[in-house]
Design a protein around this ligand. Structure first.
Ligand code: F0G
Length: 416
């Protein structure tokens, strides 16, 4: 009793129908469940005995019972109590949900395990996406795992090396389009429309959102079946914040949590159409034509799931904020240095946003806050190396090494 539904005009489509936009009004779709039936299934299921992971929630996923899942063991990532960072920012209850711990190093794996499973279920032999990097890395890995063909379109020049290397080594056909992400996405949408045998796995695909909603479930379960007061998420194409909110509202509806958190979306100052809409209280976005930021993962001017994201922020009484490149890189460094968590720049935007919103008094010091860090730092080693102290070159000699470390001076002082 599960179906796909247009978020605007509520037209319904079958669960096995391949459709990306509503045929009536052109808006995007979401998966809907019959909650009575779902509650009954869950009552009879042993889902709570399974380890924390995306597939712990198989009963919540729109995948047929007999289907064999395509998995690399995704989800079950750490929710790290961050006391030192919290103290630095003046917060008592801060947690970092580190999605870099997923198989290909980003939260995208949650969506791809479900999306590629659905692709195989539908008989697809060729999957495609446009990507700023992580989506392509993840899709390439899951397509390889499933033994199907994968094509990815990436923007020219601006993709982080770690991500590109992943898409390449997993054997995807990589096309670098001379343009930005938004243009690449337009092309894959056209391709999927024209060539029905190519299955599209950008986050416009609602099955990917279903996998990603597990991030919301996990946070609550890791907090002993309570929702935090606030969840802060980096926002690019806006699928993730929408997915987390969907998961939370489902858990709430099913009675697993009593309260809901304020969803807080962070965008880079140079590509922030959703923040702009929230701040001007508009129910539409104005796309940013030439988005720019060091956080290349979220360098997106026309987010496809903007409406879902704005709904999530409004419904949850949350907010949205921008952060500058400098604030992003500063947050990346602080997190790495005082919590031991290395994330890529886009991920650090949630920390940078937290800092800014605490300072401006929007976030209270007593709030229980979860910052989602979306991708591993090794995705973009160039940026990390550029902003860190360079290694010192020394002679292969103990006294030269002691000299460089200042140990000689210490011996001299002690001897005095
Ligand atoms: N953080 C990272 C590390 C990402 O790679 C992305 C999106 C986001 C945040 C934003 O998530 O799009 O769901 O709002 N990366 C996509 C990609 C666009 O192609 O890898 P979103």
């Amino acid at each position: 009793m599960t179906h796909q539904e247009c978020i605007n005009c509520k037209t319904t489509y079958g669960i096995d129908e391949i459709v990306y936009f509503c045929k009536k009004c052109g808006d995007i779709l979401e998966i809907k469940f019959d909650f009575k039936e779902l509650a009954q299934t869950l009552k009879e299921s042993d889902w709570k005995k399974k380890p924390l992971s995306v597939w712990r929630y198989r009963d919540f996923m729109p995948i047929h019972e007999a289907t064999k899942v395509v998995t690399l063991s995704e989800g079950g990532t750490g929710l790290h109590r961050s006391e030192r960072l919290g103290a630095e920012l003046g917060l008592k209850n801060l947690y970092v949900k580190n999605e870099g711990e997923n198989p290909t190093g980003s939260f995208k794996d949650r969506g791809m395990t479900v999306g590629v499973t659905k692709a195989v279920e539908l008989g697809a032999r060729h999957v495609i996406c446009a990507s700023t990097g992580n989506t392509s890395a993840s899709l390439a890995a899951y397509a390889a795992r499933a033994g199907i063909k994968c094509t990815v379109l990436i923007p020219s020049g601006k993709i982080a090396y770690g991500k590109l290397s992943q898409a390449m080594i997993h054997g995807a056909k990589v096309l670098q389009v001379k343009g930005n992400f938004d243009q690449a996405l337009e092309f894959v949408l056209k391709l999927a429309e024209k060539h029905k045998d190519i299955y599209l796995l950008n986050s416009i695909n609602p099955f990917r959102i279903e996998g990603q909603k597990s991030l919301g479930y996990e946070i609550c379960e890791q907090l002993n079946n309570e929702a935090p007061d606030r969840i802060i998420v980096p926002v690019g194409n806006a699928g993730n914040i929408s997915a987390i909110w969907k998961g939370l509202t489902e858990f709430h509806k099913l009675g697993y949590i009593k309260t809901l958190p304020k969803m807080t979306g962070i965008q880079a100052a140079g590509s922030a159409p959703i923040v702009q809409a929230i701040k001007t209280n508009s129910d539409k976005i104005i796309p940013v034509e030439n988005p720019e930021t060091v956080a290349t993962a979220i360098r997106i001017g026309a987010p496809v799931s903007w409406k879902k994201a704005i709904n999530a922020i409004h419904e949850s009484h949350g907010t949205a904020e921008t952060v500058t490149d400098e604030e992003i890189l500063d947050a990346q460094k602080i997190l790495a240095r005082i919590e031991g968590i290395f994330v890529e720049p886009a991920s650090a935007s949630s920390i940078a946003g937290l800092k800014k919103l605490v300072k401006s008094g929007v976030i209270g010091k007593d709030e229980r806050v979860v910052c989602v860090t979306t991708g591993h730092g090794l995705k973009d080693p160039d940026t990390a190396v550029k902003m860190s102290e360079k290694p010192l070159e020394v002679d292969a000699d103990i006294s030269a090494i002691e000299n460089a470390l200042g140990l000689k001076e210490r011996v001299a002082i002690l001897a005095r």
